[in-house]
Write a protein that binds this ligand. Structure first.
Ligand code: ATP
Length: 602
């Protein structure tokens, strides 16, 4: 009841502001219409108007019979002796004109001068015109005021004041993480149990993980399990065009949290406000103010107020160290991409509401999707359902799922695109090059499909079987990855004696891997195990002198050169197979694992 009463005056104010705005707008429209009408009619009446010189001439020539003037107005009605219709005349100065007319009137006693006082109604438009700038300013102020008001109240107050029904059962995998977070649920459910023992309830938990790993889902599930309100806001929503608004939003957010305590406050993309503070001006200062306010609020609430702030980021290295101090976000939990078991469980959860055919194996999909996040897996199932509907299948089949995986990873198949014979040949040799080279590299996974049908941005593609989940990648594996990536370019050079733009993405990926090997993983013998990147991932070699810059460049180039040479070597030794596979690709456009392996058995 209390909340409803509090909302009423706010609603009334909102309605009132809207009304004022509408009135101001209507006045402005009316003024514009009136102005247009006036200029139009004045054009019509031009013929019926006397200029000041003409009027004086008519008076001097004694042609004027009657003049009617309104007090305060410079427009006169003039009746000439030889004309039926009255004319209009505008005079620059009333006083000078009066003297002239009176003199004429006295001398000749011929002009009938009539003076009228102006009606109030007639004066309104001119008053409005003089107040127009003030009205416009007022309208602008109201608009700005409204926007600020919305900014401060909008999302925080209306959108998030509800309990969530998500529970830990809706989260697949992440068993250890859930276990760790159950403690937070306990704090929220029974805070007294902990405080009586003298324990301090943690204020903040930071969730690290790449986009789509389920950070928001976990935060909601904690609130759902503890049955407490879930208030959420994204870091980017704090950053607004009005200086100081971010800080005021943080204040409002916590004001609300205090009222709803015990509760969960979830700040997504905290890096948007929580990145390292600087002393720069402008947007940075606004950012700093917002972050300072967040720190003040977190330091401010006492242990009786059971508010737990959960924040999510995928760029932990950007965060200001002050956020991580005890009493703030002192608990940090990494949310990894799911492993194979996790992926299968996520697929199970998201297939509950979908029609799957009997033979569908979610385990196979889980095996093929190493590195995929929960959000991507959910997306695959949704895409598969769309594909199945389009193909008018009774239920989602294994092929629909396979197609969905390819659509999500490489893009949509573009069968209708016309490709020249020359491009077809180039793509066929390029893809066959990748596939054959990988076949001879022990650390690389087996080829699953080779195609020269364009998909997404790619002219063709070689799909490999998914890797098992791994935590480390060895130097040999990275070197062999470089060879596989350059297999396409090597085949072009070898067979067509020319190279194309088709390898640009391979080259980009290979160069990045080579750079990381040298500067991040210390895999160059010449440079040694030194990290050459600062906390923000920028190259930082200055402290080692200019020689280091040369050495980095040379080492990266050496890795790429060796890989390119090895790729060409493998292809030279298997040139027959290369021709055979490329020819088959040109004929069939796509070959699967079975068909590919046949070339090596033979
Ligand atoms: P972002 O960093 O982009 O905000 P996020 O890590 O917060 O991403 P969520 O928004 O929580 O990710 O996840 C997106 C969707 O992915 C969820 O709504 C859910 O459908 C699915 N999802 C992600 N992880 C899981 C999981 N472990 N179990 C079940 N579903 C999941």
């Amino acid at each position: 009841m209390k909340k409803d009463n509090e909302k009423k005056p706010k609603k009334l104010l909102k309605v009132l502001l809207n009304l004022i705005l509408i009135i101001v707008l209507l006045i402005l429209i009316a003024m514009t219409a009136w102005y247009i009408y006036k200029t139009e009619t004045s054009k019509d009446k031009e013929k019926n108007t006397l200029s000041y010189t003409q009027l004086i001439n008519e008076i001097v020539n004694k042609n004027v019979e009657k003049i009617e003037m309104t007090v305060g107005s410079t427009t006169l009605k003039v009746k000439l002796k030889n004309e039926e219709e009255e004319k209009k005349a505008i005079i620059p100065n009333t006083q000078v004109f009066m003297e002239l007319v009176q003199q004429q009137t006295l001398e000749n006693n011929e002009i009938n001068l009539e003076q009228k006082s102006q009606s109030i109604l007639m004066q309104i438009p001119s008053y409005i015109i003089s107040f127009l700038p003030t009205i416009i300013m007022l309208a602008l102020f109201i608009m700005i005021f409204k926007m600020q008001g919305l900014g401060e109240k909008g999302q925080v107050y209306d959108d998030t004041e509800r309990k969530t029904k998500v529970t830990f059962d809706d989260i697949a995998g992440l068993d250890e993480e859930k276990e760790e977070l159950k403690e937070i649920v306990e704090f929220l459910k029974r805070p007294k149990k902990f405080t009586e023992m003298g324990a301090k309830i943690p204020k903040g938990v930071l969730l690290y993980g790449k986009p789509g790993t389920g950070k928001t889902l976990i935060a909601k599930a904690i609130a759902g399990e503890a049955n407490v309100p879930f208030i959420s806001m994204s870091g980017s929503e704090f950053i607004e065009m009005f200086a100081g608004l971010g800080a005021s939003r943080v204040r409002k957010l916590f004001e609300k949290a205090r009222k709803l305590s015990p509760c969960i406050v979830f700040i997504d993309e905290i890096d948007a406000i929580g990145s390292r503070r600087t002393s720069n001006s402008g947007a940075e200062t606004e950012n700093n103010q917002t972050l300072n306010q967040l720190l003040v609020e977190m330091d401010g609430f006492s242990s009786e107020e059971t508010i737990i702030v959960l924040a999510a980021t995928n760029r932990p290295e950007m965060l200001d160290k002050a956020l991580l101090r005890p009493g703030r976000f002192d608990r940090q939990i990494t949310i990894p991409a799911p492993d194979m078991k996790g992926r299968e469980e996520i697929l199970k959860i998201h297939s509950k509401d979908k029609k799957l055919s009997q033979d569908v194996s979610l385990k196979n999909i889980a095996e093929d999707t190493a590195g995929f996040t929960g959000a991507e897996l959910a997306n695959i199932l949704n895409e598969a359902a769309i594909i199945a509907t389009k193909k008018e299948h009774m239920a989602i089949t294994n092929e629909d799922l396979d197609e969905a995986v390819k659509k999500v990873t490489v893009g949509l198949e573009k069968t209708s695109r016309k490709i020249s014979e020359k491009d077809k040949k180039l793509t066929a040799y390029h893809e066959a090059g990748h596939a054959i080279v990988s076949q001879f590299l022990p650390t690389q996974t087996a080829v699953k499909e080779v195609s020269i049908i364009p998909r997404g941005m790619a002219g063709g593609y070689t799909m490999y079987k998914s890797d098992e989940d791994k935590y480390y990648i060895s130097k040999t594996e990275m070197e062999e990855k470089l060879i596989a990536l350059l297999g396409g370019r090597a085949a072009e050079r070898l067979i067509l004696n020319d190279i194309s733009t088709g390898a640009s993405n391979d080259i980009e990926v290979a160069t990045k891997i080579a750079k990381d090997m040298v500067t991040t993983y210390g895999m160059s013998d010449i440079i040694g195990p030194i990290s050459l990147k600062d906390n923000e991932g920028q190259l930082e070699y200055q402290m080692f002198g200019d020689d280091m810059q040369d050495a980095i460049g040379k080492e990266v180039k050496k890795l790429i050169d060796i890989a390119y040479m090895n790729a060409q070597e493998i292809l030279k030794q298997n040139i027959e197979t290369l021709h055979a596979i490329a020819t088959e690709l040109i004929a069939k456009e796509k070959i699967n694992e079975e068909e590919f392996n046949k070339f090596f058995r033979d």
